[in-house]
Design a protein around this ligand. Structure first.
Ligand code: NCD
Length: 359
């Protein structure tokens, strides 16, 4: 069965199919209005959300389906201590597809091990956010007319920003992508993305200290919020919270044809004076999120029992009783998920669920 936990669960061809279906839905909304009638989507949100949850809800409604679920885990049996796997087993009796957001990394992957219906990862801690990635790809396609060949600058919190991690993974499937990383030392991109994604797939990347020095090169500027809720140390957050701010003066250094993306919510990293600039694509991006989620729901339903569209074949996990995942926010350290690992570049062992390096 096809789940979407990580962007690499989709082949390039499957991503293309979803993006082109989303474009067809935009052009002919009426054709898809009853396509999910009598189907149910469960939204299980263990962490706050506005856009992602409401866009899933709106997407399913546009398709004529129904939505159930919770937006606050305290109102569910989770507050009685129910495990993620048990919750998913139960909800699978009521719904045809589940969209889940969780603050614990790897929670959705662990849930797929028992689920009888497709699970969509709507964000797991600071790890992944593949449906935001589909939204971002559709936005780049619509704003620029192509994804291949772009130079994209990621700015802000590249350490905890899960949307950044997932988008870089997905872009590694496209041709001639160049990545520029603009972040203070404390918020640099995790090594597993640099090594296992950029270096392994040959995406050139460089790290710079200011926006000014690269603005003129960018086709896409991907701004991010500093993820306050992921910091363990408040002083560290205060030091970096206003690191990079996009204003009209900085926009004047950019190409005429360029797109500013932001997964939103923004705090103060893009001044409102930028909103009227035609290159500011972030509110159009929100709407794209609904269309792409419609396309994803339709496709996952179509692919559900199709062996051609299963999950990618993985190497066997490595078990080693002397090793433990080092990430306190990983599912292995929060529920009874086994400590298992996969071999990355240079024989490094990484947690199966959250990608943290353990050896
Ligand atoms: C992002 C998220 O939740 O990771 N928002 C979203 O899903 N649109 C980004 C963020 O919270 O800053």
């Amino acid at each position: 069965m096809k789940h979407l936990i990580d962007p690499t669960d989709l082949t390039k061809q499957e991503i293309d199919e979803i993006i082109s279906l989303a474009q067809d839905i935009i052009a002919h909304r009426e054709r898809y209005q009853g396509s999910m009638s009598h189907k149910k989507l469960a939204t299980l949100f263990y962490e706050p959300s506005t856009r992602t949850r409401l866009s899933f809800t709106s997407a399913m409604m546009e398709l004529g389906g129904n939505v159930l679920g919770f937006s606050d885990a305290r109102s569910s049996s989770v507050s009685k201590g129910e495990s993620v796997q048990d919750t998913v087993r139960v909800v699978g009796c009521f719904a045809d597809v589940i969209a889940m957001r969780h603050h614990i990394e790897g929670a959705q992957l662990y849930a797929t091990e028992v689920s009888t219906v497709p699970i969509i990862n709507a964000g797991d801690g600071s790890h992944s956010h593949p449906t935001q990635t589909l939204t971002d790809l559709l936005t780049i396609q619509r704003e620029l007319g192509h994804i291949d060949g772009i130079t994209i600058g990621f700015c802000g919190d590249l350490r905890f920003g899960r949307t950044v991690h997932s988008l870089i993974k997905a872009l590694s499937r496209y041709k001639d992508i160049k990545v520029i990383l603009i972040a203070p030392d404390e918020l640099k991109l995790p090594d597993y993305i640099k090594q296992d994604v950029c270096e392994r797939t040959g995406i050139p990347y460089r790290e710079v200290a200011t926006m000014e020095e690269v603005m003129g090169e960018l086709d896409v500027l991907y701004m991010t919020r500093v993820q306050k809720e992921r910091f363990l140390d408040e002083d560290e957050f205060d030091r970096v919270k206003d690191s990079f701010v996009l204003d009209a003066a900085r926009m004047s250094l950019a190409k005429k044809k360029m797109a500013v993306l932001h997964p939103l919510p923004r705090v103060n990293e893009i001044l409102t004076e930028v909103d009227a600039d035609p290159r500011a694509a972030y509110f159009r991006q929100v709407e794209n999120g609904k269309f792409v989620r419609e396309a994803l729901i339709v496709k996952l339903h179509e692919w559900k029992d199709d062996p051609e569209h299963g999950m990618p074949v993985q190497d066997e996990p490595v078990y080693d009783d002397t090793l433990r995942c080092v990430n306190p926010k990983c599912i292995c350290n929060n529920e009874h998920a086994p400590h298992k690992f996969r071999r990355g570049e240079d024989d490094v062992l990484r947690c199966w669920y959250c990608d943290s390096k353990v050896r």
